[in-house]
Design a protein around this ligand. Structure first.
Ligand code: AMP
Ligand code: GLY
Length: 332
């Protein structure tokens, strides 16, 4: 099969590396790719948020599978754009459609989804410019630290955790009224602060209730040596995660992963692709910090190499709706 991977990160390199090992692979393209992917396939220059441009390349190169790496093209609806072309009806696209990508594209949408399906997460309320005063009053009812989240995509920078109440009120105004994060902060989710240790779980789902759970990971976000300094998108990651034992796994599957996958089906959210569960283990058990609709970067670099099952086989099973039948093989 011919495969096109969209993206240019370490994530796309790790995915391409695994795909390049498949006996099912004929030709691998990466758009735009990077110096690492260059050694595994052919890097091609495409605007990956432009479905028409990607679709034309897919047709010209008889691509069978498109793997959408980052969130921006998913939230922009590139999957939907590709599938709106009748000539691409049998193309396998890894990554949800736009309606389902809102799980990452809007924090408020994700919180409502979790409420609807009884999935444990921080208590919250959402505010807009018109309800700034109510938002500031809501902050007064909470204990420090205060968690403010821009509703939309902000490249991992849209979350503020603030100790001081007056500063939190001021930042809420900066976000809602002064557009601190542009359009992304025209709505702000204010959340209860959760104390605990974070970890991440990844699943691949077929959108019909079938899924496989990939190896877990933990990324380290602070820029300085010894976990100090400002947050980044992730400086490095580990898998396996030492504290993710059988009991925590069982609880996470029962209370979070199962209800999420079932919730997608119940809500008719068209989701074939990777689900990234950003989790925190609190004194009251695991809770969801956020959903991402893609693999993590750098987490992919430690998760995907542990797979012994062929990745192209998984993508084909995803398309056939038979992921539930797969006995995933993972290297310890
Ligand atoms: P997010 O973009 O939602 O993943 O948030 C970025 C980071 O902020 C997370 O990785 C957590 O470290 C932290 N964070 C987000 N929400 C909360 C919360 N409710 N309680 C404590 N920390 C949080
Ligand atoms: N490493 C966190 C992320 O990919 O969102």
């Amino acid at each position: 099969m011919n495969v096109l991977v969209l993206g240019s990160g370490g994530r796309e390199h790790a995915l391409s590396h695994k795909i390049s090992q498949s006996s099912k692979l004929s030709k691998l393209f990466i758009a735009p790719g990077n110096g690492g992917t260059h050694a595994l396939g052919e890097n091609v220059s495409l605007n990956i948020e432009d479905a028409a441009e990607v679709g034309a390349f897919v047709k010209a190169n008889a691509i069978d599978i498109v793997v959408i790496g980052p969130e921006a093209p998913l939230v922009a609806g590139v999957h939907d754009g590709l599938k709106s072309d009748p000539e691409l009806s049998s193309l396998i696209v890894v990554g949800p459609r736009q309606a389902a990508a809102e799980l990452e594209g809007s924090k408020d949408f994700a919180k409502e989804f979790m409420m609807r399906h009884n999935i444990p997460t921080a208590a919250y309320q959402t505010f807009t410019r018109d309800t700034l005063t109510e938002g500031q009053a809501f902050l007064e009812t909470l204990d420090a630290p205060y968690v403010l989240k821009a509703d939309g995509l902000a490249a991992g920078k849209g979350v503020l955790i603030i100790e001081d109440l007056d500063e939190a009120k001021e930042e809420l105004k900066n976000m809602l009224v002064d557009a601190k994060f542009g359009d992304a902060s025209s709505r702000v989710v204010i959340e209860e602060f959760l104390a605990g240790i974070e970890f991440s779980i990844f699943a691949l789902t077929d959108g019909r209730g079938g899924y496989v759970i990939l190896p877990e990971a933990k990324d380290y976000k602070r820029i300085g040596e010894g976990d100090t300094g400002l947050n980044t998108g992730g400086m490095g990651a580990v898998s396996p995660v030492p504290f993710f034992d059988a009991a925590l796994r069982e609880r996470t599957v029962k209370e979070i992963i199962d209800p999420t996958i079932k919730g997608l089906v119940k809500d008719n959210l068209p989701y074939q692709g990777f689900v990234f569960f950003g989790l925190i283990n609190t004194s009251k058990g695991p809770k969801v910090i956020e959903y991402n609709v893609r693999m993590g970067d750098p987490e992919t670099e430690v998760v995907i190499p542990r797979l012994e099952t062929d990745l192209i086989d998984l993508f084909v099973a995803m398309d056939n709706g038979t992921l539930g039948d797969i006995d995933l093989q993972v290297h310890p």
